[in-house]
Structure formats: structure tokens, C-alpha cells
Design a protein. Sequence first.
Length: 144
Amino acid sequence: MRLQRTVPAMAATALLMLSLTACGGNSPAEAPGESSSAAASSPGIPVQTAAVPLVSPVLKPSSSAAAESEKIQGSGTYVGQMDTHSVEIMTEEGPTAFELGTGTADAPELLEMDDPVVFTYVEKIVGNDPVVIQRILSSLTKAD
């Protein structure tokens, strides 16, 4: 009787493991609107291709690159460390996340919650979406 319950349970476990393994591939997920190679090779399915603009070998700095290198100063109240490379600071705009940049990795160890802080950071546009901005700290110190 015990064997009758064990075999289906083992089969269900094996099926679950197989399905989880199939879903955990290392290849990146396909973005919406992109066609896969399987769809491109399927006969009878029209595949839309986008023209890829040619990039000249001489690159000129764009206005977004200039904006990214501009250092911005601010002040606020230190809320705490979010993870090993990010902190949260209460600014005039509200709680804001900042990534710890070069030379600022040890700053959270010197600060306590609700300490007034002054900081310098740069904004980096993530991907092609100008709304998504990453703020990277270049300095973070306790205010006097």
C-alpha cells in the first residue's frame, strides 16, 4: 500500500523538477516585439525586421552623456542601507535610492539612521528610457 502512494508522489516530484528546470534557462527572456529564430525560420509567417542604423566610427558626446557626467549636490536625512551597494536618503523629493559609487562603499558604516547628510551624485539614464534614472553617489558625508 505504501508503494502505491510513493510511486505517484515520486513521479509528480520528477515532473515538477523537470518543468522548473526547463523554465530556469540561462538565456535572456525575449523582449516583446522581438522575433525569435524559430519564428524567423517558420514558413508562412511574415517576420518584420527593423532597419539598423549604421554607427559612424567617430562618436560625438551626446547631450545625455554630458548630463550624466554633471555632478549634482544635495542634502537630506540618511534613512539606511538598502543592500550592499545602495542607500536610501530622504530628500526634498521624498525617499530616494542612491547607488554607492567609487569611494563611498564605507560611508554607510560611518552613518546612523536619521543623520543629516550632504552628498554629491551623478544621474545616469538606464537604457533608452529617459524616465528611468540611476543615481550614483560620488561622495556621502555627515552634515555638520
